[in-house]
Structures are given as structure tokens and as C-alpha cells.
Design a protein around this ligand. Sequence first.
Ligand SMILES: *Cc1c(COP(=O)(O)O)cnc(C)c1O
Length: 384
Amino acid sequence: MEDHHRDNLSVPENINPATWDKVLRSVASPDERTPYLIIDRDVIRDKVSQIGSGISNSRVFYAVKANPDISVVSFLNELGVDFEIASEGELAILSSLGVKGERIITSNPVKSLKFLNEAVSYGVSRYAFDSLQEVEKLSLHAPGSIVYVRLNVPNEGSEWPLSKKYGVEIDDALHLLERAGDAGLRPEGLTFHVGSQCHNVYNWDMALDKSVQLWDAAREKGIELKFVNIGGGYPIKYTKDVMDISDIEAQIDRSVQTRFGSDIEVHIEPGRSVVGDSGILVASVIGKAVRGDENWLYLDVGVFNGLMESLGGIKYSYFCDGRGEHKSWTIAGPSCDSFDVMDRDVELPEPHVGDTMLILSCGAYTVSYASEFNGFSIPRTIML
Ligand SMILES: *Cc1c(COP(=O)(O)O)cnc(C)c1O
């Protein structure tokens, strides 16, 4: 996008004007080759100050998988956020920054031995589980650790469901907590995930209903739990409006207070909501075609090198120079694979080949999923 095009681009409604300004300045610089991901640190700072502020006695652990870029994780560390990890790779990132083990939890209910051993020697002491096999593994390799059981909860209304693979029902969860205690572990909590990009505020209510049933049943067995980890799931705006985090948290806080009283500690593990809005992917149009009655637009970033969540139904907002005739487009990535199609029926002014395409809300689950399939490069991250 050359400098004289800039005036034609109006500020998209779901982006903060200061971010837009940063993006336009970077796009105008001839040194930057696409694709790249701009992360606006001011947006992350705002999110961090908001998330958790509506829930009493809460502590925020950023789910590193959403965006493990070292500049992002380092900035979150400076802001004092704690971390949730699942692998030795994520542990290595935190260890390179000197993050203490007591600020790290791991909520993946099935951990590899390599990871578990490294985490234990690093000083990580809190682990999720949801099977007897994991109780055995933890009691052998992480003796005396604090453990929390993963409950299965409804994921309806989430765009990226996370149930089925993990989580157990209340009776099994109770049994597992008891067995963990018998095995010398410290059963102190429970966790759930309502599904990522969750649009249904009642999911948290239903999950907390199940949680308090387990909590009370555990108490009857002499197990005093201390915390509920409510996972992630806070949504961000892609193309559709979403609930405000402050409204979601007000509702969760009410639910927690009425069900558990005020002694309980609430852990929150947001990923998408911390970094999603902060990222703008800068891509180029590499080709156009008319196939049947469809107008196709090909970009240098696609499903395999950044926009994987398109396959699961996430609809990104695309922006290009506003001069051309408006048309309805099928938007595809650069690879030879026919899965590499992000969206259909997207209204956009017709760009030229070589024009810049901006894709909003790309800070989470983009680069962290990306591969160099077919030789197309993974967008580099630039934090501004
Ligand atoms: C992925 C994940 C998260 C983050 O979820 P978001 O929907 O991105 O906020 C939190 N906790 C666990 C256990 C996860 O697997």
C-alpha cells in the first residue's frame, strides 16, 4: 500500500484508532515484507488491566498456547501476569525469561513424562488431571504436588469447543480427588473450560453449578478444596459483536459468591481474550481469478500459515484499499491444497494484485498454529 492510498482507508469500527494508526505507519514503510503480524502492546495492556478485575479473589494465568511469541510473553511477564503451560517448549520460553515456577500452572490433564519431569525440577507445583493413570504418573513423578481435577461442562455456544477430549463427570471427579489424596498428592481444586470464543454466558453458570456440587461432595469426604479454575473462553470480536468481558465477569462473580461464598480463590486462564484483539495480520493479494460465478482472491497468508481457525468457523475481518468496485469474494491462501480457503461471500472493494490486505483480531491462535507447509513462510511478529 503506497502512501497516497492511506487516505482511502477509513478506520474499521472494531479497531481502536491508535492501533490503526500504528498499522498504517508500518504498512507504509517499504522495509516490511508481508506476511507479518503487528501486535499492539497498548491493547494487551488494556486487556490485562481488565481481565480478572471483575472477579473477587481472582488470579490470571495467561494460556501461553494462544500466542507464545517471546515478545508477547515477555511483555505479559513485565505486566505481572502468571502463566498456564502444557509442554516443555512453553516451559522453555518462560524459563528463558526467568519466570518463577510458583507463577506457572499446567492445566493439560494428560502430560508427557518429559514435560512433567522438567516442570517438577523447575518448581512448577500445580497440575490438572482427569484420570487414574495421571494420578499414578503424578504421584510417582510429582509427589506432593497440588492437583486439580478437570470437570466436563457444556460447551454449547462456543465457536471452538474444548469438551469431549478432557473432563469427567462429578462422581468420577470426586473419586479421582480421593485417589489423588490417597496417593500423597494435594487435591486442592477443580477446573473446567466452557469452550473457546464462548458466546453463551450460561455456560459459566452451568459449569459453576457442577463445580459447587463437586466441591460440597468433596468436603463431605473430608477434602477441603481451595480454588476453582474457570479456564478461558472469553470471546473477542471478529465479525460479530460479543459480550463485554466486564458483563461476563460480573455474572461469574455473582455465581461464585452465591454458590461458594467469598473464601474461594478463582483462577482464570484466558488466552484468546488477552492477545486476540491486539494483532493485525498484514498480508498481500497475490492473485485473483473468476471461477464459475465466484470471485477468488488469493493471499500470501492462508489456513496453513496463520489462519487455521478459519477451518473451525472463525470469520475474520478483512480490509483492503477502498477504491475498487465492491464485490463478493472467496478468500484463499497461497498453498496448492484445496482446504486452504478462509472464507466465502466476503464483501470487499476489488484490490489490485500486490495490494495490502489487513486482517483484524489475529493476535491469538494464528502464528501459534502456523506451519511452513508448501514453503510459505510463517508471519513474523512485530510488537509496536
Ligand atoms: C486453550 C486453553 C485456555 C485458553 O482458552 P481461551 O479460550 O483462548 O481463553 C485455557 N485453559 C486451557 C486448559 C486451555 O486448554
